[in-house]
Write a protein that binds this ligand. Structure first.
Ligand code: MN
Length: 254
């Protein structure tokens, strides 16, 4: 397989760089908070089993407690009512977990207006400049929000976080050739998306069209607008609606 041996050589030489898009997973990792009486996701927790002590003299290990939607994670179609008969996170075709990415930078817009929403016209303008969206690939939406991820209050910003408009989410789901949308924020939808019609349009349209969401990404600034290949590794939780995941990107350096 010359392609794979070339890839291995390129990674070893650094001509293909591996970028980690994943946020560190700890009890401090910001989580989504929903208003009462809605249920809440859990923070990530480590519970020590043993650490070179009576419970395990030569070994250190932990149990973990986490929500499926805690930290950098993937939303599977079954997560939303529009996709309720769709794939759970264990059923995602492995082939779709390796995909090209289009990376769109709206950091300046989100800094000026935390409620900024991506519109179809923005994606069309990006395509004029860079070329068509890669078929079966991710739209990775840069907003600079990862820079706030060390502080939950800044990250959640009292519900004012950037997202995607209803029209654009519908278009990405029904018309654009994308596999899904990846964001830096706590969820794929805008902080104000509970008040959109329909509410949470990214979740509603994309998951209803067998597409995926990917959240709390970091290091998107290290990716080119086109050309990166993203590997996403959600746990194959049977009947799971999503999973914390590792997301890595391969980037060619010339
Ligand atoms: Mn989610």
């Amino acid at each position: 397989m010359p392609v794979l041996s070339d890839l291995v050589a390129a990674i070893a030489s650094g001509s293909v760089e591996v970028i980690d898009l994943t946020a560190p997973l700890s009890a401090q990792t910001p989580i989504l908070k929903l208003p009462e009486p809605l249920g809440q996701t859990w923070r990530f927790e480590l519970h020590e089993i043993s650490r070179f002590n009576e419970a395990g003299p030569a070994w250190y290990w932990n149990n973990i407690k986490t929500g499926e939607h805690t930290g950098t994670h993937l939303d599977a179609p079954i997560h939303w009512i529009t996709g309720k008969d769709g794939a759970d996170v264990s059923q995602l075709p492995a082939r779709r977990l390796i995909a090209p990415a289009a990376v769109m930078d709206f950091t300046a817009e989100a800094a000026a207006n935390p409620d900024f929403v991506l519109e179809i016209k923005h994606v069309e303008a990006w395509q004029k400049q860079h070329g068509p969206l890669p078929k079966g690939g991710w739209l990775l939406y840069r907003t600079g929000w990862a820079a706030r991820s060390h502080d939950e209050d800044q990250f959640l910003n009292a519900g004012h976080t950037p997202g995607i408009s209803v029209e654009c989410a519908k278009w990405l789901a029904e018309t654009a050739p994308v596999l899904g949308v990846g964001v830096e924020t706590v969820g794929t939808d805008a902080g104000a998306a509970h008040s959109f019609d329909p509410a949470f349009p990214c979740h509603s349209f994309l998951l209803g069209h067998d597409k995926y969401g990917l959240t709390q990404l970091q290091n998107l600034a290290k990716l080119p607008p086109l050309g990166a290949v993203v590997f996403v590794g959600p746990l194959p939780i049977v009947r799971g609606s999503g999973s914390p995941c590792r997301a890595l990107a391969l980037v060619e350096r010339r």
